[in-house]
Design a protein around this ligand. Structure first.
Ligand SMILES: Cc1cc2nc3c(=O)[nH]c(=O)nc-3n(C[C@H](O)[C@H](O)[C@H](O)COP(=O)(O)O)c2cc1C
Length: 217
């Protein structure tokens, strides 16, 4: 069992990366080999709409034809990854642009325009998505973020054949020193308390998510 986590945050040691690392720790505890890829280390673009992946009997049928630093990652997912954990902060109500571009490259090639549309990805893969965000759970619902979570779950489930799990970490601590920025909108003391009291529980939930993914056949 090989579990790959994809960090869609530019920060390698903050909220999203921390939760992904915990999830991988959980998977490793169940005997999985693990790997963490930081998307911001890679030079790549989103889908360029070349449609090479859709050409019947073409050399790239079902696969992304673009040649850039995402290619080896996509190849590993196709050949050796058994579980995939995506992580992204919320930026302006969405996953980051880098995660979005990655998903275009991952999800569009195996999707064929059959009726109904279906995936020709050659294997089944367990998937999960971890989101981190400044807003609390109530505001997240008010802002309509869950519609994006549901759409992403549906796309991943269709592509890889298993139900996708979503884990959200709300009201995250955003930077080391709240004293250095204008801070009327948030209460730094409440942020610090939440970081101390709730984020460790989010980390535990991420750990058990990794355990669950690795335990499944
Ligand atoms: C450019 C930018 C846009 C953001 N937009 C939102 C947003 O729309 N909603 C939200 O809840 N948090 C927003 N945030 C906060 C981040 O989602 C949050 O701090 C997240 O935990 C950061 O993840 P990281 O620590 O892994 O980098 C934004 C942060 C940045 C830098």
């Amino acid at each position: 069992m090989h579990v790959l986590a994809i960090n869609g945050s530019p920060r390698k040691k903050w909220n999203t990366a921390t939760l992904l690392t915990k999830a991988l720790d959980g998977a490793a505890g169940r005997g999985a080999t693990t790997e963490l890829v930081h998307l911001y280390d890679l030079a790549y673009k989103g889908c360029t709409s070349c449609f090479a992946c859709k050409m019947i009997d073409g050399p790239s049928n079902g696969r992304c034809a673009m040649q850039d630093e995402l290619r080896p990652v996509l190849e590993r997912i196709e050949t050796t990854v058994d579980a995939l954990i995506l992580g992204s902060p919320i930026y302006f109500g969405q996953m980051t642009g880098e995660m979005r571009s990655f998903l275009e490259r991952l999800l569009f090639p195996p999707l064929i325009y059959s009726q109904p549309p279906r995936s020709i990805f050659p294997r089944t893969i367990r998937t999960a998505v971890v989101y981190t965000m400044n807003v609390d759970e109530e505001r997240c619902a008010q802002m309509g973020y869950p519609a994006m979570f549901d759409a992403t779950e549906a796309a991943l489930s269709r592509a890889f054949g298993f139900e996708t799990e979503t884990l959200c970490s709300f009201d995250t601590y955003q930077f080391p020193d709240y004293g250095k920025v204008i801070m009327e909108y948030m209460d730094p003391a409440k942020k610090a308390a939440r970081r101390a009291e709730v984020f460790p529980e989010d980390c535990r939930r991420a750990f058990t998510l990794g355990e669950r993914l690795a335990a499944k056949d």
